[in-house]
Design a protein around this ligand. Sequence first.
Ligand SMILES: Nc1ncnc2c1ncn2[C@@H]1O[C@H](COP(=O)(O)OP(=O)(O)OP(=O)(O)O)[C@@H](O)[C@H]1O
Length: 260
Amino acid sequence: MTSILRVDQVSKTFLRAQQRLAVLREVSVEIEQGTFVVIVGPSGCGKSTLLNLLAGLLAPESGTVWYQGQPVLAPSPSVGYLTQKETLMPWRSIESNIALPLEIRGVKKAERQRRVRELMETVGLQGWEKQYPRELSGGMLRRASLARMLVADPETLLLDEPFGALDAQLRLELQAELLRLWEQSGKSVLFVTHDLEEALALGDRVLVFAPQGQIVLDAQVSLERPRDVARIRFEPRFIALYQRLWEALVKARAQQEVTA
Ligand SMILES: Nc1ncnc2c1ncn2[C@@H]1O[C@H](COP(=O)(O)OP(=O)(O)OP(=O)(O)O)[C@@H](O)[C@H]1O
């Protein structure tokens, strides 16, 4: 299999209270084309920073991030990024927020409208086209952001805790929808979550990060597909994998306490 994303010996620091804080230290990881890879790890271990580097929003201090064999120097239309924080524009209606990536690419209005309607239906937001972000619940805003990320059909998706704030039912619905989209499209996905059940229900592979992006476990999730996200958690193999992830996470947290 060919890797679509490659992080090669990447380090990143931030300045905090006049001190250099090492957030990623010589991190190397490869993501194979078409796979669904999940990252879990304690808060502050550098997951979002890694996604920012992969999205071309930050530059590494040393090492290189590669996308399809080219160094990443700026954001690319081939890579969709759903950040942890909502970034919908408050002055634009939901449909015009979702249409924005197509507008930027100069897609004609009729085609924009067709794609936006299609995506709004996919994420269950039909009827909310003319509303503004302030009129939507947190879950609906997430769905709108998901639609905006998908509208221009990027080949690789970076998702940072996309379903964290949703109620359990909606979360399962959107997980199932994302899996369906992914299974039909052959896209590559890198997904960050704190929820181990979500990681195992979705991923082909789960990476457990410790502080500074150190990988304490790289686990293949050999559960059959397509998956029923609601039921898969009751399978014995799922439970065994959950236990492995949990133990790795405990180890990662212990390292965090040592470095804190
Ligand atoms: N722009 C910045 N300036 C200074 N420090 C930063 C900046 N961005 C992130 N950090 C710090 O870098 C560390 C890693 O942050 P990051 O958001 O990558 O962690 P994370 O693993 O995604 O955490 P969480 O699970 O809570 O989202 C944190 O200590 C954070 O405070």
